[in-house]
Design a protein around this ligand. Sequence first.
Ligand SMILES: *Cc1c(COP(=O)(O)O)cnc(C)c1O
Length: 424
Amino acid sequence: MNTRKSDELYKVAKDLMPGGVNSPVRAFGSVGRNPLFIDHGKGDRIYDVDGNGYIDYVCSWGPGILGHAHPEVIEAVVKACYDGLTFGAPTGKENQLAALIRECIPSMEMVRMVNSGTEATMSAIRAARGYTGRDKIIKFKGCYHGHSDGLLVQAGSAALTQSVPDSGGVPASYAQQTLVALFNDEDSVRELFENNKDEIAAIIVEPVAANMGVVLPQDGFLTFLRDITSDNGALLIFDEVITGFRLGLGGAQEWFGIKPDLTTLGKIVGGGMPMAVYGGRRDIMEKVAPVGKVYQAGTLSGNPVATSAGIRTIELLQSDPGIYTRIEERAKRLAAAFREYAKKTGTPLHVNQIGSLLSAFFTGQDVHDYAGAVSSDTDAYAKYFNRMLESGIYVAPSQFEAMFVSNAHTEEDIDTTINVILNQ
Ligand SMILES: *Cc1c(COP(=O)(O)O)cnc(C)c1O
C-alpha cells in the first residue's frame, strides 16, 4: 500500500496543527501508523490522495448513513449554496427541519439548532439547570458527550465520590458539578441521588453507548433512569448524537420505548454538514432565550446549507422504509463473521451489535460497561485495523469506536469484508 502523498501531507500538517489534525482520533495514534489523507468519497468508498480506495465503515463517525456524496443530498446542498451561504436571519428551512424532527421524534416538541454535538449537549445541560434551578449533573463513565468543560469528566476508581477532570484546562471546581455513575449499574446512580438530594438537575446518557465501543443498555436500565429522574425532580437527557436517525427514524427512544425530557442530535441530522440540535419538552425549551432566561445563541445556527442537507437526508430515510432493516441485517452478518472468526481461531473477542452499529472487542469478557470495554487488547485491535486497511477496508483507528454500516454498503461489500475478517 503506497501512502507517499498522505505521509507528505501529514508531515506538513504536524507543523501547522497539533498532531496534524483537527480532531484527535484522526491522528491514528493508537494504531501505530500515519493517518490517511482523503481525496474524495463516493457511496460505500473513500479514496485517499495516493489513489487507494477503501470500503468505509467509519462513515465520518456516523453521519454517513446514506454513504458518501449521495447525489440528492449534494443537489440540495448545491442549490442552497447558490441562494446564499448564511444570513443570520430565519429561513423557512429551519421550520421544515424542526417539523421533520418532531414528526420522527415526538418528544422533541420544540428544538434549537446548533453547529456541533458538543454545543447541543452543553446547551441541553444549561437548559436543564435553568429549568430545575439545580447545578449538578450525572454522566456515565465511558459515555462521551462532546468536549465542553463539564462533560470531560470520567473520574478514576474513586468514581462515585470524587469527580476529577479528564482533560487539562478544565477547572476542578467546575468538574465537581459533574457526578459520574457506571453504565448499567443502577446502584451507582441511586447512591448519587441519595448523597445529593435535590441537587441533581439531570442525567445525561447515551442510550446506547457508542463511544467506548458499542455498549448496549441492559434490560430495564433506561426505564430505571426514566423513573429515578422523575421521582427526584431531575431531567433525563438522551444524547442521541449517534443513535438519532441511526437506530431508526425515532432513534433509541423509539427503539426502547422511553421518553426523555430532552434529546440531543448531531451527525446524521446534518447529513454531513455541521449541524446539531437539542430539544424536548416545550416547558423546558421555553426557558431558552429569547423566550426564557437561559442564554444560548449562534451566528451560523440553523445555517441554510446545513439545514438543506439535513432535510434531504431525513426525507430520503423516510422515503425508503427498508433502509433500517437492510443496514441492520448487514451489521448482523458482520457480527456473525467476527464471532465465527473468534471461534475458529480461539481469539478472545466479544461482539456487541444493535441496528447498524457494532463493535468487536478484543476481550474474553462480556462488555456491558466501561471496565469490560477497557479490558480489550488494544494491540490486537491495532493489528486487526492494519490488516483490514491493507485489504482495502477502513474501520475506526481505535478499539473504542463503533463500526457503522450505511445504506451504500452492498451485499458484495459485506461479503468482501467477511472474507477478510475470516481469513486474516
Ligand atoms: C460525536 C458525539 C458528540 C459530539 O459531537 P461533535 O459534533 O463531535 O461535537 C456528542 N455526543 C455523542 C454521543 C457523540 O457521539
